[in-house]
Design a protein. Structure first.
Length: 159
């Protein structure tokens, strides 16, 4: 196999145990609500892994979903493209705009009724991360995102 052909091979998708280690186990001031769930799914020739973890504190909660699309690049591309087609909006009660984090692309949103905040992020052209905060300001959700150690996320060598 040539070097070019080897680079075109999809990345080995992380196991449920491996992806679980990428999501923070603790968030200061919050408790883990329920159990963390990690699974690997195969759909035809595509394989992906997902980790789901929810934290709460009083009326506030944050749900984290992390997908490893290393062996399902088309699914990553579809997820990122869907969000890139939404128009940027900023008003007194609604925010939807590009997220401003180093080495990450995506979007952030906030709706005043219910104080619903969300981050929709792509990491290393491979991982798709959504964080949804209920009864939470967008800045607080962004601070929780900073608990992720992005240096531990494997790079997508095939892209």
């Amino acid at each position: 196999m040539s070097a070019t052909a080897a680079l075109a091979q999809p990345a080995k998708v992380l196991s449920p145990q491996e992806i679980n280690r990428l999501v923070p186990a603790k968030i200061k001031g919050f408790y883990l609500k329920g159990e963390s769930k990690s699974t690997q799914t195969k759909v035809g020739t595509l394989t992906y892994t997902i980790c789901e973890r929810t934290f709460a504190s009083g009326e506030r909660s944050v749900k984290i979903l992390l997908f490893d699309y290393g062996a399902a690049a088309i699914m990553y591309d579809q997820a990122m493209t869907k969000w890139s087609k939404v128009s940027q909006t900023e008003s007194d009660s609604l925010i939807f705009r590009p997220a401003d984090f180093p080495d990450v692309n995506g979007w952030e949103s906030f709706t005043l009724p219910g104080r619903h905040s969300q981050l929709i992020l792509g990491v290393n052209n491979r991982f798709f991360l959504t964080m949804t905060g209920e009864n939470m300001e967008l800045d607080e959700l962004k601070n929780i995102f900073r608990n992720f150690d992005l240096r531990k996320f494997p790079k997508n060598q095939s892209r």
